[in-house]
Unconditional design. Structure first.
Length: 375
């Protein structure tokens, strides 16, 4: 899901509308131990995603089945699976008592409170989602910690202590408030959704998951294909694998990510992109949360965004890296806008969910690398 940011180059990715101090950042130690015997390598954890198609746009999602002591297995709280943001973002309604939730915040006294096994801190923030500055939706909430179980009857995994964003309200640019749980997101990016005044940041829950002996923290995602998308969402097992092996790393084209103070390791890479026979250089994010449009940011484009005509060829090559990807636009697939960064207030091009239909994706949280693979 495209989100705005306090850094200009990240106006399509996660952001904090409040300016905070830089979060502390250090590499996790690799999941190995030195002993007198050779340890047995753990088996990576696999889980599935639901693939849905409304006939207008596609999306992939999973469920959260427990937060703290609150059993949510019958609540059907689905989370958008989003490679374009970092952190679990979930509505407080139905998770904590409604008497605590107002239009201006969550009410409690002191620096923190514990309710239903969830620790809520008096640390507020805002996350913004949108295609550009004129289509921004804001989500308002607090820093919270809890044990969280993801998934449903088809399979679950638990992260014992996870920082996440518990929001009390989401509204559009005109102040219209959205329905409860409309902006629930499982952001798996290595960037930071929010950095709070106490230097705690919200980032991918997968970064807090211990994959086991001999495995690196990170995940890979298989190509989604096109056969399983349905109106009500079809469950597809094993789409995501938590815990990376050396063979995983060698099977993807890897790209080193850069650290940006306050925003972490945003998963954007430079590419050489060609459309209509014209070649430009642009930073690019591959985003499962953006659909049905992709966006090309071209500084030589006109002041009005233009939808590319049917049968327009688009291709890109990562630089460095050499990963290649190409597609042709049509009336219903690979819809693509060309924008001028001055008009859109973003200079990050976005490849939408349709990239993931036929390509693999990986994030290595230890060495801060992004992997791409043609399937």
């Amino acid at each position: 899901m495209k989100q705005t940011s306090s850094l200009k180059i990240f106006l399509r990715i996660v952001a904090v509308l409040l300016i905070f101090a830089m979060a502390s950042c250090s590499k996790d130690s690799k999941n190995t131990q030195t002993t007198g015997t050779t340890p047995t390598q753990a088996t990576p954890t696999k889980f599935g995603l639901y693939e849905a198609d409304s006939s207008i746009y596609k999306l992939v999602y999973t469920f959260v089945s427990k937060i703290g002591t609150q059993d949510l297995s019958s609540a059907d709280y689905d989370l958008l699976f989003d490679t374009g943001s970092g952190g679990m973002v979930i509505d407080a309604h139905g998770i904590i008592p409604s008497s605590m939730i107002t239009s201006t915040g969550i009410t409690f006294s002191g620096d923190s409170t514990v309710v239903n096994g969830i620790t809520i801190y008096n640390q507020k923030g805002t996350i913004s989602y949108g295609d550009d500055a004129s289509t921004t939706d804001n989500v308002y909430g607090y820093l919270a910690y809890a044990s969280v179980t993801f998934g449903d009857a088809n399979g679950t995994f638990t992260i014992k202590r996870l920082p996440f964003f518990l929001y009390y309200k989401a509204a559009d640019t005109k102040g219209n408030v959205f329905a409860d749980h409309e902006f629930d997101v499982l952001g798996v990016s290595s960037e930071y959704d929010v950095t709070f005044p106490n230097n705690v940041y919200i980032t991918s829950p997968f970064a807090y998951f211990d994959p086991g002996e001999g495995l690196l923290k990170g995940f890979k995602m298989a190509a989604l294909g096109t056969n399983n998308f349905g109106l009500h969402g079809a469950y597809v097992p094993g789409v995501v694998t938590l815990g990376l092996t050396p063979s995983d790393l060698s099977s993807f084209t890897m790209h080193q990510l850069s650290y940006y103070p306050g925003d972490g390791y945003a998963p954007i890479i430079p590419v050489s992109l060609t459309y209509n026979g014209k070649t430009i250089t642009t930073n690019t994010i591959f985003d499962t949360g953006t659909e049905p449009y992709s966006y090309i940011e071209d500084s030589t484009a006109g002041s009005t965004a233009v939808l590319l005509p049917n049968n327009t060829s688009v291709s890109l090559t990562s630089t460095p890296g050499g990963f290649t990807y190409s597609y042709a636009t049509s009336a219903s697939d690979n819809l693509t806008y060309v924008e001028n960064p001055t008009q859109s207030q973003s200079n990050v091009s976005v490849m939408s969910l349709e990239f993931f239909l036929n390509n693999g994706f990986m994030l290595d949280y230890y060495d801060h690398k992004l992997g791409l693979k043609n399937n």
